[in-house]
Design a protein around this ligand. Structure first.
Ligand SMILES: [Zn+2]
Length: 458
């Protein structure tokens, strides 16, 4: 009996070591990791040519369905596949796909749409934007396998209306966190922490100045607003015993607060995004770089890199949203926050992280694959190269040079924040559950292979 495929001549990267071996794949699963001459016979042999092979990247933070319909935004999964991303954690229930009522009214359509049009796998995060959502936290975890819930501390008033979110006051957090704590692993409370009450006092003055530069957006939402609300969320998490997760950590002081809480034994996991590591407020993007929380200073970027190295920052996600220049003409009223970066995530981390000596390749696997799967309850199905895991694999050529440009990308968006960047390190083959999606720059699979991955509690 031949297995479906083997990948030979690999350097397999895990979170703690790199081994020289081959991988056998059958029925979508890894069935052997062994020296090349010990691999079973296969219908297809892929030669990795001595390159590194990493688990498929898990982008834990995406917003398909926020500014376009869910169906339209699934087009960006083609770009994800080109970029070595095989699974996303997608936030549902806000923006275009707002769901203030019962998830029972939308869940089947979301799942069917994903599995019909997408090229990669997904799990869902619930957005708690109404009392109805709050009341269904336990039900959605048990019924649909949606074990993580996001609370929007940074939204009320006009911003809240834009995404359809009711403000997450401390009482709402306390109720929601308590329910999450009662569910057990992998249930987790996710917070967008930025103190909106203070932002509402500062922002009008900056807005009145008419400034359109990127630094103006950062001035209107200073970093201490994040740090303060992380402290609030940690206090409520300690009291309720809810596992906590800080999405898109952007400020250096926040990293220090998270490190302190972790040292005290609080279960708080922190995420950051490539734009906070690689860009700063002096960039000339104007409204195109409007993201919440804002792109801030170089000192924060350095603290975030250090946080990745010292283990304070565990996961990296993109906060990907498909936006266009047309949507982002004016900073204050018109432009919605967000930027597209899912196709750039792995090339940027290979180039600016590994090849520039900021992190090791093992650390890259830890924060893009391994920790992401463990934190959200899809390990060892995903995030690792071991027998029994899904055959989600990426062959990486660490020496391949390329120029990032939106013209070569595949999503709904029409600009990227890394236009013209010369990067070194590139994914050359992406496999999802044994299906080769992209091979040497060519799309070789049809949308519709993506699946929904439930995460049931208890
Ligand atoms: Zn987000």
């Amino acid at each position: 009996m031949k297995v479906d495929s083997v990948i030979k001549n690999c350097k397999i990267v895990g979170p703690t070591e790199i081994i020289q071996a081959g991988i056998a794949v059958d029925n979508g699963k890894i069935v052997a990791v062994a020296s090349d001459n010990a691999l079973p016979e296969a219908k297809r042999i892929i030669d990795a040519q001595g390159n590194y092979v990493i688990p498929g990247v898990i982008d834990v933070h995406t917003h398909f369905g926020v500014y376009h319909t869910f169906e339209e935004d699934t087009k960006d999964t083609i770009g994800a596949a080109f970029g070595g991303v095989t699974t996303v954690g997608n936030y549902l229930g806000i923006g275009k796909e707002s769901q203030k009522g019962s998830y029972a009214d939308s869940f089947d359509r979301w799942k069917e749409t994903w599995e019909k049009y997408s090229l990669i796998d997904t799990f869902f995060h619930a957005s708690i934007i109404s009392d109805a959502n709050l009341q269904e936290i336990k039900l959605n975890a048990k019924r649909y396998g949606i074990a993580s819930c996001k609370f929007f501390m940074a939204y009320k008033g006009p911003e809240g209306e834009e995404i359809g979110a009711a403000p997450a006051d401390d009482g709402l957090l306390w109720v929601g966190f308590s329910d999450i704590a009662s569910l057990g692993y992998p249930a987790r409370a996710l917070v967008h922490a930025e103190n909106i009450d203070i932002i509402y006092r500062i922002k009008p003055q900056i807005e009145a100045s008419g400034r359109q530069d990127l630094a103006a957006w950062d001035d209107a939402r200073p970093g201490f607003c994040e740090t303060l609300d992380i402290q609030r969320a940690i206090s409520i998490a300690k009291q309720t015993k809810a596992p906590l997760y800080i999405v898109h950590t952007h400020h250096g002081d926040s990293v220090n607060v998270i490190a302190q809480a972790r040292s005290e034994g609080v279960d708080v996991v922190a995420e950051t995004c490539p734009h906070y590591l690689l860009l700063d407020r002096t960039a000339s993007f104007g409204p195109l770089g409007k993201i919440a929380p804002p792109i801030t200073d170089k000192a924060s970027s350095e603290r975030l890199w250090q946080g990745i190295r010292d283990g304070t920052i565990s996961c990296i996600g993109t906060d990907h949203a498909s936006v266009t220049k047309e949507m982002k003409k004016e900073m204050w009223k018109a432009a919605p926050p967000g930027a597209a970066s899912i196709e750039n995530l792995l090339p940027l981390m290979l180039s600016e992280g590994v090849n520039k000596g900021r992190i090791t390749l093992e650390k890259l696997v830890e924060v893009l694959c391994y920790n992401n799967a463990k934190t959200f309850g899809i390990f060892p199905q995903k995030g690792t190269i071991q027998v029994g895991s899904d055959a989600d694999l990426v062959i990486v050529d660490l020496d391949k040079k390329a120029k990032l440009t939106v013209n070569k990308e595949h999503g709904m968006y029409d600009y990227i924040l890394y236009e013209g960047w010369e990067v070194e390190g590139w994914p050359v083959l992406t496999m999802l559950r044994g299906n080769v999606l992209v091979d040497d720059g060519k799309l070789v699979a049809e949308p519709g292979v993506g699946k929904y991955v439930p995460r049931f509690v208890g």
